[in-house]
Design a protein around this ligand. Structure first.
Ligand code: BGC
Length: 416
């Protein structure tokens, strides 16, 4: 069992969502007004300007009493032109990591969190086998640079969510609508994970390497057998398909009328921990529609994202993941709201579940999403997940919110 002192109490971010001063596939997508095809209109506008304000932000991390911080390395910064690494960007990440270590804050690095350099999709999209090598080329550089300092690695954040948004629904670049391509992209991403896993282990055998996976609790909308069947099938696709693939070396899914995919995939259970990103529950309902014959919807109480607040779901997900015998880190859990009472209640309820459930189990940490307010992929700056407020109209000024103070006190009590 993990004692409180060893337990990772942290906050999480991703590079693109906070750093600013970035040009990648998302900024390109915004420039081309492609978000509008989907009726969304996020404005990046320098994220939360963290690339410039990181020293000040790390002071705030200290004030939050966290003993760990999950963040990602922006690929487009490290390799803006294919095969050319930007040493000044690498040097800043070194400085950042060194500062965290100086503050006794364990850095947890995500290598891939949704974004790509502008050149990537054209020449080596995730649907092509070539992508594995191209990604590995970047990951190898990151690992060679940082593996001496980093023990915890998340290779990919939410491969399935990313692939669905990019290749299924066409909301993220490169914007396709093809479920078979979605599966192909997932397959190549998982293979890239294995390659990266092996390389990290070679460099640092005691490192812990995982994937942060998004989990949603699904429940039938009505007491109706088809809704139940649908809920089970979606649960398999969304929550367990990838976990099963690691165990069985078989990536397989069948969705009547929509998708039929089976592939042998050499994953050989190469993963140390499953990162659990948990936010909400959805209800399932069969409807008469020839394109998508079902509906997924949220019930109240809802967050500003329209997501149901359902803390009990975290326990369900932890139980599900525990069946796969790996360590678990709750790599994301959070709420978009401007109501601080609600955020505190949300955190309290989820932490209560974690504290109760983790006794005797291999749960290594809990990371609140997010450290500071940031850019949300389709909604822009309007959805505030942060424990620290960012004033976007006044020089990105920061202020710790009441929920940040709550979290800081909670951690202090837990680890003293
Ligand atoms: C992603 C984050 C995102 C959060 C809230 C997770 O799916 O990893 O990047 O901001 O959810 O939508």
């Amino acid at each position: 069992m993990n004692k409180n002192k060893e337990f990772l109490f942290g906050v999480a971010t991703s590079a693109f969502q906070i750093e600013g001063n970035i040009e990648n596939d998302f900024t390109e997508w915004e420039k081309l007004e492609n978000f509008k095809n989907d009726f969304s209109d996020p404005k990046y506008e320098n994220g939360s300007n963290h690339w410039k304000l990181w020293e000040n932000d790390f002071e705030l991390l200290k004030k939050l009493n966290v003993n760990s911080y999950r963040f990602s390395i922006e690929w487009s910064r490290i390799e803006p032109i294919q095969n050319q690494f930007d040493e000044s960007a690498i040097s800043q990440y070194h400085k950042m990591i060194d500062r965290l270590l100086e503050y006794n804050i364990e850095p947890v690095i995500t290598i891939h969190h949704f974004t790509h350099p502008k050149w990537f999709h054209k020449f080596s999209p995730w649907t092509s086998k070539n992508s594995i090598e191209v990604f590995f080329n970047f990951a190898r550089k990151v690992i060679e640079e940082f593996s001496g300092k980093i023990k915890y690695w998340v290779t990919f954040n939410e491969p399935l969510v990313w692939a669905l948004a990019s290749y299924g629904e066409g909301k993220f670049p490169p914007g396709d609508h093809d479920l078979t391509k979605t599966m192909l992209a997932i397959e190549n991403i998982l293979l890239a994970h294995v390659k990266v896993f092996d390389f990290i282990k070679q460099k640092r055998p005691n490192a812990k390497v995982g994937i942060a996976k998004h989990f949603i609790v699904f429940k039938e909308g009505r007491d109706f057998f088809l809704d139940k069947k649908l809920s089970k099938r979606i649960n398999y696709f969304f929550n367990t398909m990838i976990l099963e693939a690691f165990r069985s070396n078989l990536l397989t899914i069948y969705f009547p009328l929509l998708l039929n995919y089976t592939s042998i995939i050499e994953l050989n259970n190469k993963i140390d921990f499953w990162g659990v990103n948990y936010y909400y529950r959805l209800h399932t309902k069969i409807i008469i529609n020839y394109k998508v014959p079902f509906r997924l919807y949220a019930k109240k109480p809802m967050t500003d994202m329209g997501w149901e607040v359902y803390p009990k779901g975290l326990k369900k997900i932890l139980k599900l993941v525990a069946n796969y015998g790996k360590d678990i880190i709750i790599t994301e859990n959070g709420i978009a709201t401007n109501d601080e009472k609600l955020r505190i209640k949300f955190i309290k309820k989820h932490l209560k579940i974690v504290t109760k459930y983790r006794k005797g189990k291999n749960i290594l940490g809990y990371f609140y999403w997010s450290f500071i307010d940031n850019y949300e992929w389709l909604e822009g700056k309007s959805k505030r997940f942060g424990l620290v407020h960012v004033n976007y109209t006044n020089g990105f000024k920061r202020k710790i919110k009441p929920s940040g103070k709550f979290f800081a006190n909670y951690i202090k009590k837990m680890i003293k």
